[in-house]
Design a protein around this ligand. Structure first.
Ligand SMILES: Nc1nc2c(c(=O)[nH]1)N[C@H]1C(S)=C(S)[C@@H](COP(=O)(O)OP(=O)(O)OC[C@H]3O[C@@H](n4cnc5c(N)ncnc54)[C@H](O)[C@@H]3O)O[C@H]1N2
Ligand code: MOO
Length: 426
């Protein structure tokens, strides 16, 4: 979709055709990431309880059937339906009691019943469990009014998992859903990929730690805490976080040090075209290869991707919304690929706009959008910001994701379908 096309009315500034000619599309950039980024690091075995957020290196197979035995789905009475002759009601002797966690001793013979509790093994000879609400008990007998169906309220052995089946594939990140399946499969330990080691270098002479005193020309650092949080929710290992001055020699030193022990270096700022933008030259000084530099998107046009020794580099723009958006789109795909995840690019879905849009064509715009509901035709709708400001994050907490406005679209009427990428929660 994000195709860069000739522009009839380029307007002025950095969306002009001459400024766009070296930019690639979002999808081309994602293709280059997919082409170059192979899983980094080895694997290790962890107890299942410590494996949340890790990527599975070996598939998990069910060690036995789940559930492991036929068991009651309700508190009640186990009966044999074939022993119920004629029409009810029937009067049955209660001949056994089977709580959960105890083996059922003996088998049910003839018109009798076993008191049974949810999760307890169904005794031999029984083929149905009647809920206790459906019988009347008097001493050691029950009165059963309605004929139970064979199999009623019995959870059959293997009905959830057959022994030996793969329940979670290699390449899946383990969240609560996957961990539930691993536990049911009997996997006390799992083989997972080592966490991706990420180094963060936030550049700019003007940035000061959030909340610290600052001069009139200085601003608080948004990118360090924002990206530290993004890396944490992605399950990545932040091995270094530094501030870099706008100084080429200093950046060469810092990038060189990071490349020696990180799988992925993420930088912010200093990737545009001014003479104070030293990150790309420093990267080149170290012999790094740039795999792309500049994407036809707004915000985040100067985003860059490269390789240096055995490390990868993702150069995000300094503008905080640009840094956030490019991490969502490219950082997520790259870190997933390097972590060995099978599903890399975040999913997008189609949504419908609720207001007309007029914008400058040229770059694909990833605009903050909020899910509004569904329209009369059952289509999901979004509301959205009037424009994209790459330096503003004040309204970021109100948005649910990014809507993709195609590069060539100058006007879109209300009711248009657009792609929407929800923000990554993991
Ligand atoms: N002549 C041109 N100038 C610019 C172009 C262009 O094509 N030609 N592109 C513009 C676009 S688009 C972007 S995006 C920015 C990107 O520039 P950099 O990635 O080099 O980022 P910086 O210049 O270092 O910073 C940009 C902006 O963001 C503020 N910033 C930086 N770091 C932080 C931080 N950690 N926390 C909060 N704010 C931060 C910084 O003060 C600047 O205002 O270039 C345009 N220029
Ligand atoms: O690409 Mo920049 O982030 O538009 O300002």
């Amino acid at each position: 979709m994000t195709i860069q096309q000739a522009i009839a009315h380029p307007g002025c500034g950095c969306d002009g055709q001459s400024m766009l000619k070296n930019l690639i599309s979002i999808d081309e950039a994602l293709d280059r990431i997919a082409l170059h980024a192979a899983p980094e690091g080895g694997s290790e075995v962890l107890p299942l309880g410590q494996a949340a957020g890790r990527v599975l290196a070996q598939p998990v197979r069910a060690q036995g059937m789940a559930p492991p035995f036929d068991n009651a789905a309700m508190d009640g009475y186990a009966v044999s339906t074939s022993a119920l002759r004629g029409e009810g009601p029937w009067v049955l002797d209660v001949v056994a009691r089977v709580p959960a966690g105890q083996e059922a001793t003996g088998s049910l013979a003839g018109p009798s019943a076993a008191r049974i509790f949810t999760g307890a093994p169904v005794p031999e000879g029984a083929d149905a469990v009647v809920m206790q609400e459906e019988v009347t008990r008097q001493g050691d007998v029950i009165h059963l009014r309605r004929r139970p169906a064979p199999g009623q309220n019995i959870r059959r052995a293997g009905s959830d998992m057959a022994a030996g089946t793969v329940v979670v594939d290699a390449g899946r990140r383990l969240g609560p859903r996957e961990i539930a399946a691993c536990a049911a499969a009997g996997a006390g330990h799992v083989q997972v990929r080592k966490r991706l080691r990420v180094a963060l270098l936030v550049t700019g002479d003007e940035v000061r730690e959030a909340g610290a005193s600052r001069s009139t020309a200085q601003i608080w650092d948004i990118n360090t805490p924002m990206l530290t949080a993004a890396l944490a929710v992605a399950g990545l290992d932040l091995v270094a976080a530094s501030h870099g001055a706008d100084d080429r020699a200093g950046l060469v030193r810092q990038l060189g040090e990071m490349a020696s022990h990180a799988d992925l270096i993420v930088t912010t700022g200093g990737v545009s075209v001014g003479e104070e933008d030293h990150v790309k030259p420093a990267f080149a000084d170290l012999g790094g290869t740039i795999l792309f530099g500049g994407v036809a998107l707004k915000p985040g046009k100067p985003v860059a991707f490269g390789r240096i020794g055995s490390s990868f580099w993702l150069g995000l723009p300094g503008n905080p919304l640009g840094a956030f958006v490019t991490w969502q789109v490219f950082g997520t795909a790259l870190s997933r690929a390097l972590s060995g995840e099978t599903a890399t690019a975040p999913t997008r879905r189609l949504v419908v706009t609720t207001a007309p849009i007029h914008r400058k064509a040229g770059r694909c715009e990833l605009r903050l959008a909020t899910v509004a509901g569904v329209d009369s035709q059952g289509r999901e709708t979004v509301t959205f910001e009037d424009a994209t400001h790459s330096g503003r994050v004040g309204r970021l907490p109100l948005a649910d994701g990014l809507m993709f406005l195609p590069a060539d679209a100058e006007a879109l009427p209300a009711g248009s379908f657009v792609e929407f990428q929800p923000f990554c929660q993991t």
